[in-house]
Design a protein around this ligand. Structure first.
Ligand SMILES: [Zn+2]
Length: 250
């Protein structure tokens, strides 16, 4: 069977995107239902700063058999520039808050905005993480870089796959160009709750005349019902954690 993992990043609002809190509240149940219908599991990278608002969703995801991993504490875009002390605090806070909530070890990390730091590896090792999923198998100007500072012999590096060797395997790209995963196994797909909002949800969020153009374009550039794209993606999906433990037994 193909090793594949659908990963979803839960994070707070950021610049060019829509209200993430709204998206988490409105779409998490639907995402979980799609996984359930296909008896599939996924890995959910959570920015722990959302816990006060969304702890029930994080618990629900974990109790449904999916893996909870860390997406840092704050979802800021400067993880590459953080001092060692500051980065350590972010990662430690996130791991502790998530583990306290779900009562299970958190072994995976994905840095916000693909920004790895020269200290990422040593801190991940110190805190007992087992893998890092912070880059893509493809370069895309301004966004995705080749893996930086990746020299650990302890950590596994789980990069996001590409489609047609051209685009990162984000749900929205797959929605546009099809599920043509490349770059070798394990195939890692990623998305966010806000990717799945319907255009009706988006209009409801804004005064009809005040939807920012880039947000409108983001949503109208999708093809059909993007939840159907997720349905295609989750087939055979498992958590990264279970993929790694299978691999360890081979
Ligand atoms: Zn993120």
């Amino acid at each position: 069977m193909v090793a594949k993992s659908v990963t979803i990043d839960f994070e707070k609002d950021w610049g060019s995107r829509i209200d993430s809190n709204y998206a988490i509240s409105h779409i998490t149940d639907k995402i979980l239902e799609i996984f359930d219908t296909h008896n599939a599991k996924g890995t959910f990278f959570i920015s722990s700063e959302i816990i006060p608002k969304h702890n029930s969703f994080v618990k629900l995801i974990s109790n449904s058999g999916h893996e909870i991993a860390s997406h840092g504490h704050h979802h800021t875009f400067n993880y590459d520039e953080k001092s060692r002390g500051n980065l350590y605090e972010e990662m430690k806070t996130s791991k502790n808050l998530l583990e306290d909530l779900i009562q299970k070890p958190v072994i995976g990390f994905r840095t916000p905005a693909f920004k790895r730091n020269r200290y990422s590896d040593e801190i991940l090792e110190e805190l007992g993480f087992k893998y890092d999923s912070s880059t893509a198998k493809i370069k895309l100007k301004g966004r995705y870089k080749p893996m930086q500072y990746a020299n650990s012999k302890v950590l596994k590096y789980i990069a996001i796959s590409s489609i047609y060797n051209r685009y990162p395997a984000g749900i929205k790209w797959i929605n546009l160009f099809g599920l043509k995963l490349t770059g070798g196994e394990p195939y890692i797909i990623y998305g966010h709750p806000f990717d799945f909002l319907s255009i009706k949800n988006v209009i409801r969020l804004y005064d009809r005349n005040k939807i920012p153009l880039h947000i409108l374009l983001y949503y109208i550039s999708r093809r059909g019902n993007i939840l159907k794209t997720l349905t295609k993606c989750v087939d055979n999906s498992t958590t990264i954690e279970s993929f790694l433990s299978q691999k360890g037994k081979e």
